[in-house]
Design a protein. Structure first.
Length: 364
C-alpha cells in the first residue's frame, strides 16, 4: 500500500511538471523510487557516497546500490568516481536539474497533505566560542520551542574548522566570522562584536598608554592563531609600527577570561564576553584608540530542497540575535545593516538596565 502511494505521488508530481517545462524521461522513470532520486540529489550536492550515507542514515553500500539502479533505469552514467570523490557526468548534470524540480514538487505536495504534522528531523549547528558564550543558548531554546520534535546537535570549534565541517556535509549551519565561497553554501552577516583593550583592574597593565606601540610592549591576549580576530589585531599593530607584538593566542574564551582576571596581560576581546567581570570591577576597559576591529558574526548554511528546516533556523537566529543586541546594547553587539531586499525580524526589545561600565567606555 505504501509503495503504491509513493508511485502515485511520483506520477502526480510528474504530471505537474512535465507539460510545463520538461521533456519526457524514459518510461522506467515513471515508477522510479523517490528515495533513490533523493539519494542522487544528495550525492550530487555532497560529492561523496560516504557523506550521503551519513546524511540519510544509510550505508555506503546502499547508496551505491541506489545510484546503480538509477543509472540502469536511465541508461546513462551519472557520476565519475576518482580519488577526490565523485563528480557529475554531463548526463548526470542534466538529470540533476530534473531531479531537483521533482523533489521540489514532491516536497510541496507532502506539505499540502501534512499541514497538521509537526516538523521532525535533526539539525546540526556549529558555533564559534564567542557565540556559545553569548546568545547560542537562547537560540537553542527558541528552536526547541518552535520545533519540539527536532533533534539539535551542537559543535563548538574554531571558525576555520567549522567551515570545513559544513563544506564536508557534517554540519547544516554554522556561526563564524567569514562568508564561505562554495557553490551550495549561503551566507548572511548577522552582526559584529565590538572589541576593546581590556585589563585586570589594579594590575600592572592597568595604566595609561601613550600609543598602541606602547601597549604592544606588554603581553597581548587574543583569539586563536590565524583566526579572523587574531589577524585583525596583528594587522592593526603592524599598521601602527609594531613589527613583532607579544601576541598570546588562546582558543578558549574561558581560558582567555581567566588569564585576564589573573593579570596575565592586555586582552583584545569583546566586552560582551566579560560583561559580568566589568560590572563587578574585576576588569577595566582601557581608554586607548584605535580599538581592535569588530568581530563579525556570519551564518553560513546549505540551502535547497529538503533543507527548509535550516532556513527556518536561520530566520530564528536573526530574531534571537536582534533580541540579544537590544538587551546588551551597541557596546556589546552591533546588528549588520539591512541589505536591499532583506528583511529583519523585529526584536522583542525587553532591554536590560544600563550597566555602570557602559557609561564610561573609555574610563579607567
Amino acid at each position: 500500500m505504501r509503495r503504491s502511494c509513493a508511485a502515485g505521488r511520483w506520477a502526480l508530481a510528474w504530471k505537474l511538471l512535465a507539460p510545463a517545462t520538461l521533456c519526457p524521461l524514459p518510461v522506467g522513470t515513471r515508477h522510479m523510487n523517490l528515495k533513490f532520486l533523493e539519494t542522487f540529489v544528495w550525492v550530487a550536492r555532497l560529492k561523496s557516497f560516504r557523506l550521503t550515507a551519513e546524511k540519510l542514515f544509510s550505508t555506503q553500500a546502499s547508496i551505491s546500490s541506489r545510484i546503480a539502479v538509477l543509472e540502469d533505469e536511465l541508461g546513462v552514467k551519472l557520476f565519475v568516481r576518482d580519488s577526490r570523490g565523485v563528480t557529475l557526468t554531463p548526463e548526470g548534470d542534466k538529470v540533476l536539474a530534473y531531479a531537483e524540480r521533482m523533489m521540489d514538487t514532491m516536497h510541496a505536495l507532502k506539505q499540502s497533505l501534512d499541514t497538521g504534522a509537526s516538523t521532525q528531523g535533526r539539525i546540526r549547528i556549529g558555533a564559534m566560542d564567542t557565540v556559545i558564550h553569548t546568545w547560542l543558548s537562547p537560540l537553542v531554546a527558541r528552536v526547541t520551542e518552535t520545533f519540539p520534535a527536532v533533534e539539535i546537535e551542537l559543535m563548538a570549534d574554531t571558525a576555520r574548522n567549522l567551515s570545513e565541517q559544513l563544506q564536508k556535509g557534517y554540519l547544516d549551519l554554522i556561526f563564524q566570522t567569514d562568508s564561505l565561497r562554495h557553490e551550495s553554501v549561503l551566507n548572511l552577516e548577522l552582526g559584529s562584536y565590538p572589541l576593546r583593550w581590556i585589563v585586570s583592574t589594579g594590575s600592572i597593565y592597568h595604566r595609561d598608554y601613550a600609543s598602541l606601540a606602547d601597549l604592544a610592549r606588554e603581553r597581548v591576549v587574543t583569539f586563536s592563531k590565524h583566526s579572523r580576530p587574531h589577524q585583525d589585531v596583528l594587522g592593526l599593530l603592524h599598521a601602527n609600527g609594531v613589527a613583532a607584538p607579544r601576541l598570546n593566542c588562546v582558543n578558549s574564551v574561558a581560558a582567555m577570561t581567566r588569564l585576564l582576571r589573573d593579570g596575565f596581560g592586555v586582552g583584545a576581546l569583546p566586552p560582551a564576553l566579560v560583561s559580568q567581570e566589568l560590572e563587578r570591577g574585576e576588569l577595566t576597559l582601557l581608554r586607548l584608540g584605535p580599538p581592535p576591529p569588530n568581530l563579525p558574526v556570519v551564518v553560513s548554511w546549505r540551502g535547497g530542497t529538503g533543507l527548509e528546516l535550516v532556513d527556518e533556523v536561520v530566520e530564528l537566529s536573526k530574531a534571537v540575535l536582534a533580541d540579544y543586541a537590544a538587551n546588551v546594547g551597541p557596546e556589546c553587539m552591533l546588528l549588520a545593516p539591512l541589505k536591499k531586499g532583506v528583511g529583519r525580524l523585529r526584536s522583542r526589545g525587553f532591554g536590560f538596565s544600563d550597566r555602570p561600565w557602559r557609561k564610561n567606555l573609555v574610563g579607567r
